[in-house]
Design a protein around this ligand. Structure first.
Ligand SMILES: [Mg+2]
Length: 160
């Protein structure tokens, strides 16, 4: 895949998957079309024409509900962190069930169920982050994402 100056790991990942879906007998043309589509979408996002939902609002409501029910003691925060391990285990269970790894049980889960369990992990981690963070959890996540993305870009570019 050609790297444009503005290529980020996320953009490259999307582009690499998108061009396959573009009907064309010419891979180069399909890739160029995918890049143009991403440019158009980026422009729409930057102009505020694409609504990006704020996932934190329902998470704040969930944390408020938990706080009202259980308080926010160090023990309660610890249990919210522990819940993440429980949900991660459910991802493993669902994936094992999806591939039918246990011959006695066979296939017991669907890909959608694995995705649902992954969402549980994400939501639980967001709840734990809101519960324990001193600062704005969105800022904390954005800073972490930027760091991880930068590290990935350095690795992709050959830097260590
Ligand atoms: Mg679950």
């Amino acid at each position: 895949m050609n790297q444009t100056p503005e290529a980020t790991p996320a953009r490259t990942a999307i582009s690499d998957r998108l061009w396959w879906a573009i009907p064309s007998g010419d891979d180069t043309e399909a890739k160029a079309t995918a890049e143009r589509m991403l440019d158009t979408y980026k422009a729409e996002v930057l102009q505020g024409r694409v609504h990006v939902p704020d996932p934190w609002q329902p998470v704040f409501r969930l944390v408020g509900w938990l706080d009202r029910q259980n308080g926010r003691s160090p023990q309660e925060i610890g249990l919210r962190l522990l819940k993440l391990v429980e949900e991660a285990g459910e991802v493993a269970q669902a994936f094992i069930g999806m591939v039918g790894q246990n011959p006695r049980k066979g296939v017991t889960h669907t890909r959608d169920e694995v995705c649902g369990e992954l969402c549980d992990v994400i939501i639980t981690a967001m709840v734990a982050l809101v519960s324990i963070a001193d600062g704005n959890p969105d800022d904390i996540l954005a800073a972490k994402l930027a760091k991880v993305e930068q590290r990935a870009a350095q690795t992709e570019g050959g830097a260590a």
